[in-house]
Design a protein around this ligand. Structure first.
Ligand code: ADP
Ligand code: MG
Length: 231
């Protein structure tokens, strides 16, 4: 099991539970959209998986490890298997776009010969082939988001978590980015994408989990053909 939630609850310091009793599991190679209104807990759920917060109750499994019981020292190794695209981009201002994307590989001690083409290919894919040497300060919000996306994916993580990855881009680029996630999923990564872009979700025909007031209310797979037919 790549991700397992059993009766997971999460409350922040101020009290009320943001996630109430969430149950789901994902096996290797599965894909899920996570939808729900603003404030329903999508970002909080992803942050639990990334181990940025600990659940206040329930049992969380990650890569077949019970995280709730795992030693703190075991968490970084799990985290390294996860590629995250969150809303804050956290690009390093003194590095170029290329260097930001390459950073996870450098940190992992991989030689540039082994990642140079992957970095270029990803930047090309997200439409930044001609901005590889640009400093993040000179990029638009949508461009920064795409650099962060490439950086999250360059290490071919076992699990990809994306929080509103198409929030700052036009619909054509949004669809392209979603197709990149689908391609990486086809190559073996497990993927969870939080988004409120229901048109895109419906068009892609992948399974959907929906949060409402902290509860996971259903899990369905839209039929793109039916959706297109209905206009
Ligand atoms: N760090 C935090 N401290 C306290 N409350 C938070 C924190 N982060 C999120 N919340 C609250 O948790 C609820 C769910 O937020 P969030 O997970 O960001 O939802 P979504 O991503 O679906 O919009 C909201 O009511 C939000 O105000
Ligand atoms: Mg959010």
């Amino acid at each position: 099991m790549i991700v397992g939630f059993e009766n997971i609850g999460l409350a922040y310091e101020d009290g009320a539970e943001v996630l109430r009793s969430v149950n789901f599991s994902l096996d290797e190679g599965q894909f899920r959209f996570l939808t729900g209104p603003s404030g329903s807990g999508k970002t909080s759920l992803l942050k639990l998986i990334y181990l940025a917060h600990r659940p206040t109750r329930g049992r969380l499994t990650l890569f077949n490890n019970n995280v709730t019981e795992a030693a703190r020292d075991d968490l970084p190794a799990m985290r390294r298997r996860i590629g995250v695209v969150f809303q804050e981009f956290r690009l390093l201002g003194h590095l170029t776009a290329y260097e930001n994307v390459a950073l996870p590989m450098r940190i992992a001690g991989v030689g540039q010969n082994q990642y140079r083409e992957d970095v270029r290919e990803l930047l090309n894919w997200v439409g930044l082939g001609d901005r590889m040497d640009a400093s993040p300060q000179t990029l638009s919000g949508g461009e920064k988001q795409r650099v962060a996306l490439a950086r999250a994916l360059v290490s071919k993580p076992d699990l990809i978590l994306a929080d509103e990855p198409t929030g700052n881009v036009d619909p054509a680029m949004g669809e392209k980015i979603m197709r990149l996630f689908i391609e990486l999923n086809r190559l073996g990564s497990t993927v969870i994408i939080a988004t409120h872009d229901l048109n895109l979700v419906k068009a892609l025909g992948k399974p959907v989990m929906r949060l409402e007031n902290g509860d996971l209310v259903d899990s369905t797979t839209p039929d793109p053909a039916a959706w297109r037919a209905s206009g």
